[in-house]
Design a protein around this ligand. Structure first.
Ligand code: ZN
Length: 280
């Protein structure tokens, strides 16, 4: 994102040329440091660290980051899953200055919908990894309400029944008179019919419960190298090089982690052929 401090003229970061030569053309996580080696400026991941960093060098809108960068370090991983999990953990732990999506662990919001009720729940009050009837993972309550409102408009649901507006007793809501509510508020449809339409509209956003009895180790291989990523309740615990060591990786304070959840749903469960071992 260019701002008044960013010259629009592209300049190759000559002072980083030496660093580039040390970077491997392999998967892993890379870290840009400024003068203070303890405080990262940027953390990224790639299946090819060297070419990804080269792409940063050519990006005009990253001139400021590159000017401030003095050194680039990296951690190799066996493959893409390890790189994704490690990047997500490092960004949370180290909070780099330039990462736009600063994925700090925080409470998430979800819609809890059953045949009778609709509510908004928070991950610090409810264990999302074992709860049924949860739909959507939202960063704010506002975002959850917006989604609910969109679906209500689309499906002619009653704002009153959803808690989006106050309903006066025994009277149809205002949207019913406009033809925008199918009439749960005045007995034109049943609560189950109403909730069923809502659940169907939310189906693609259903939050999956953790499908294992406890911890798992996901095996990732490349050539002669193998890594085991240990997770529990969608929470990433760490990566080790043997199954024996994986058994010793214990659960930290578990809390629902949106990044690991997404990484597993998008990159692990969708693909066949990955070896998953139950550890508990
Ligand atoms: Zn209504």
């Amino acid at each position: 994102m260019p701002n008044e401090n960013t010259p629009l003229l592209y300049q190759y970061p000559e002072h980083l040329r030496h660093t580039l030569e040390t970077l491997p053309a392999r998967s892993g996580v890379y870290i840009f440091y400024g003068q203070d080696q303890t405080f990262p400026l940027y953390i990224g991941k790639s299946v090819n660290i060297r070419s990804r960093v080269l792409a940063h060098f050519r990006a005009v809108d990253e001139a400021k980051l590159l000017r401030m960068t003095c050194n680039i370090e990296y951690v190799e991983t066996v493959g893409e899953i390890g790189a994704l999990l490690l990047e997500s953990k490092m960004i949370k732990d180290r909070r780099p200055l330039f990462n736009k999506r600063l994925r700090v662990t925080r409470k998430l919001c979800s819609l809890r919908v059953d045949d009778q009720t609709t509510g908004i729940v928070f991950s610090n009050e409810l264990d999302f990894s074992t709860s049924e009837d949860l739909f959507g993972l939202f960063k704010t309550k506002f975002a959850a309400i917006e989604k609910l409102r969109d679906i209500a408009d689309e499906q002619k649901l009653c704002y009153g029944a959803l808690g989006l507006e106050k309903l006066s007793a025994k009277r149809a809501c205002f949207r019913f008179s406009l033809g925008r509510c199918a009439g749960l508020c005045c007995g034109k449809e049943t609560r189950v019919e109403h909730q069923t339409r809502l659940k169907m509209a939310l189906e693609a956003m259903k939050v999956r419960s953790w499908p294992y009895p406890g911890r798992i180790a996901i095996e990732e291989k490349s050539g002669q190298q193998t890594e085991y990523h240990v997770l529990n309740n969608w929470f990433y615990l760490g990566t080790v090089s043997t199954l024996e060591a994986a058994k010793g990786v214990q659960t930290a304070t578990p809390h629902f982690d949106r990044d690991s959840y997404k990484i597993l749903c998008q990159h692990v469960f969708r693909h066949q052929g990955l070896n998953i071992t139950l550890l508990d």
